[in-house]
Write a protein that binds this ligand. Structure first.
Ligand code: 13P
Ligand code: SF4
Length: 331
């Protein structure tokens, strides 16, 4: 379908980015027909590809139109004029795009869950509301559309504290991330009532590993995602969302950083910030890494039913109220 000249040019384009994360030219040549076809189809179908920073580098730098954290991606989905949104990320993020821009076709290349989103049901939320009738209910964006529909406001890792502080109630049911609630509690005078959800990726980091890295690289700044345990956060220089971590790297005069989060974010620093060096280890999210270029191509060509996000109208309406309150309060 593509002539050698096109393949060579695409190989070069991919290689300038991907060599920084260890890809060879031959690897780039192998994926070049795929990225060319995806980018062609994207234009033909007036589609936009939104990718979370935990996606693989071939997706992030080969085909994505926009990279970001869950908040920035949601805002892009809400504002886009494209006909179709291909959401290269886990299912709850694609659902959020559908809620915020329901007239668009929202496609998810692979059906990928999230341990946090799977940790709580609407039944559980109703139980919490009954047990704490005076509390406001703030749910992390890493929840299903049905759970969002049961809450008063949504939050992301980047604006969680702001949302909690700006809710009218003194008591807040903060769900479902147990660690995030514990990490936020010392920063607010409000009483947080948590849930028992955990991110299977961030719960794997231990304070011992962080201490070892600190010893080995005494000049490195250690940044941890707020889904990490309080013991890990205690050892870190900064806690935040993926965007806040990238902003910190940008603003810092330091050269070395450990990013205590999913490996995709370290890949972004390696590709986008050549003056900065990543030290230590990272972790892979099995859900995020389920998505591959071939899935993106498939859903753009002819989506299977499970690749098309559909939600009942009443759920869209209720969940949108919670998302709209987040947008209002986070301004
Ligand atoms: P961010 O909004 O910080 O990108 O977090 C999303 C997520 O799933 C972290 O595990
Ligand atoms: Fe869910 Fe954790 Fe993966 Fe984020 S990193 S999508 S919270 S399992």
């Amino acid at each position: 379908m593509f002539v050698p000249k096109q393949i060579n040019r695409e190989t070069e384009r991919l290689f300038t980015k991907l060599e920084r994360v260890g890809w060879g030219k031959s690897d780039c040549t192998l994926i070049a027909p795929l990225t060319l076809e995806i980018n062609l189809l994207k234009r033909k179908k007036n589609a936009i590809i939104l990718a979370h920073s935990y996606q693989t580098p071939d997706i992030m730098y080969g085909v994505a139109d926009f990279l970001g954290d869950s908040y920035a991606l949601s805002m892009r989905a809400r504002e886009t004029k494209a006909n179709t949104i291909v959401f290269s990320s886990v299912h709850f993020m694609a659902e959020t795009a559908k809620i915020l821009n329901p007239k668009k076709t929202v496609l998810v290349p692979a059906v990928a869950g999230c341990s946090l989103a799977e940790s709580i049901t609407t039944y559980d939320v109703r139980g919490l509301k009954k047990a704490y009738p005076n509390a406001g209910v703030v749910c992390y964006i890493n929840t299903t559309a049905n759970v969002k529909a049961e809450c008063d406001a949504v939050c992301t890792s980047g604006n969680a504290l702001k949302i909690i502080e700006r809710m009218p109630q003194k008591e807040i049911i903060f769900l479902p991330d147990e660690f995030m609630a514990k990490n936020l509690q010392p920063l607010t005078r409000k009483k947080l009532i948590g849930w028992k959800g955990r991110c299977i990726v961030h719960e794997e980091f231990s304070p011992k590993t962080v201490k070892e890295i600190r010893k080995e690289y005494p000049n490195a700044k250690i940044l941890a995602h707020s889904e990490c345990s309080p013991a890990v956060i205690h050892e870190a220089d900064m806690m935040g969302s993926t965007k806040q971590m990238l902003d910190y790297v940008d603003a810092s005069k330091n050269e070395e950083f450990m990013l205590v989060t999913e490996c995709g974010l370290s890949d972004r620093v390696r590709v986008e910030k050549p003056g900065k060096k990543i030290v230590g280890s990272c972790a892979l999210c099995p859900y995020m890494k389920k998505i591959m270029l071939k899935d993106i191509l498939e859903c753009l060509k002819s989506p299977r039913p499970e690749q098309i996000i559909t939600l009942p109208n009443d759920i869209i309406k209720k969940a949108k109220k919670s998302l709209d309150l987040m947008i209002k309060l986070s301004k």
